[in-house]
Ligand binder design. Structure first.
Ligand SMILES: [Zn+2]
Length: 305
């Protein structure tokens, strides 16, 4: 890859050191995903908070209550919120990912590695990096709870912070393996500026991202419904991204293409969604892309409709 050759030419004697640093960073990302593979969603939240503490990233816990449900063992959810930068007229930039995993039919919890521990760990790295940069906006990095039972945590976050205008919201869901980054929903109104910034970010990191007019349901919908410009970002191998595109954007509708179910849906929301399926290089691709996006949004490109 040209980018790597260029880096090799530039770093000279430091190359082995830089390569070792990179390898260590990817190993650490994967280790963090494994730490979230526990038996309860409260345990996943606890693991995430330990990881943030070890990285020296301060956070706040925003708890909320839901009505008891026959099919769900919890009534208290916890969004975990990292706040960077200062309150500014420009409005907040929110970047989020759900950390909860889905309950499977047999009463066990999915390990939820691809969906969505990998995205959560990418957020931790983004928080660490952005905490060392000057920011024009207040940036809120939010780990949402209870996405899997109906986008509850993100809806609660939007409701609780209705008095603080949000300039842009970025959501990460399904970022565990593959090299084809896709984003959307480009057909939903109000997202032109954020999606333009996303296109520029993809170009900057030398990726050909795929645009989805309609996008699988995730926490971005809580922001879309509140009129907040938003983008949701995922990565998959190109053939799986194509399957997902067809399932959500071809005329036949979800799952309609020749009766086929996208491979992703035979992995997530099953007992097979473990860290065995997660590739840290894919996480790093998304990390670099979303970091470029957030820097652009912070520089103030969110003004276009
Ligand atoms: Zn998910």
């Amino acid at each position: 890859m040209p980018r790597i050759l260029l880096a090799a030419a530039a770093c000279g004697l430091l190359c082995p050191w830089a390569a070792a640093q990179d390898a260590a960073r990817l190993d650490a990302m994967l280790a963090d995903v494994r730490r979230m593979e526990v038996d309860s969603n409260d345990g996943r939240g606890d693991a995430l908070m330990r990881i943030l503490e070890e990285r020296g990233v301060p956070y706040a816990v925003e708890s909320f209550e839901i009505e008891p449900r026959a099919d769900y063992p919890r009534t208290v959810g916890r969004n975990i919120v990292v706040t960077l930068g200062a309150d500014a007229d420009a409005g907040d930039i929110v970047v989020g990912a759900h950390y909860d995993a889905v309950w499977l039919g047999d009463g066990a919890l999915s390990r939820g590695a691809v969906d969505n521990a990998a995205s959560s760990v990418i957020l931790v790295w983004l928080a660490e990096t952005l905490s060392m940069e000057p920011l024009k906006h207040r940036v809120r990095i939010v780990f949402f709870d209870m996405e899997e039972i109906g986008l509850v945590g993100s809806r609660e976050f939007v409701r609780r912070h209705a008095d603080a205008p949000i300039a842009a919201a970025v959501n990460l869901d399904v970022n565990g393996y593959g090299d084809t980054v896709f984003f959307g929903p480009t057909a939903s109104g109000g997202n032109g500026g954020v999606h333009a910034a996303m296109r520029q970010a993809c170009t900057e990191v030398e990726l050909e991202c795929v645009e989805f007019p309609r996008y699988p349901a995730s926490d971005y919908l809580s922001f879309q419904r509140a009129g907040v410009p938003n983008v949701s970002v995922s990565v998959l191998p190109s053939n799986e991204a194509e399957e997902m595109y067809a399932a959500y954007n071809d005329a036949a509708g979800p799952g309609g293409r020749g009766g086929g179910v996208p491979a992703l849906f035979r992995l997530i929301h099953t007992a097979r969604d473990t860290s065995e399926s997660v590739d840290a290089a894919a996480m790093d691709t998304v990390y670099r892309t979303v970091l470029a996006l957030l820097r652009r949004l912070d520089a103030g490109v969110e003004s276009a409709p």
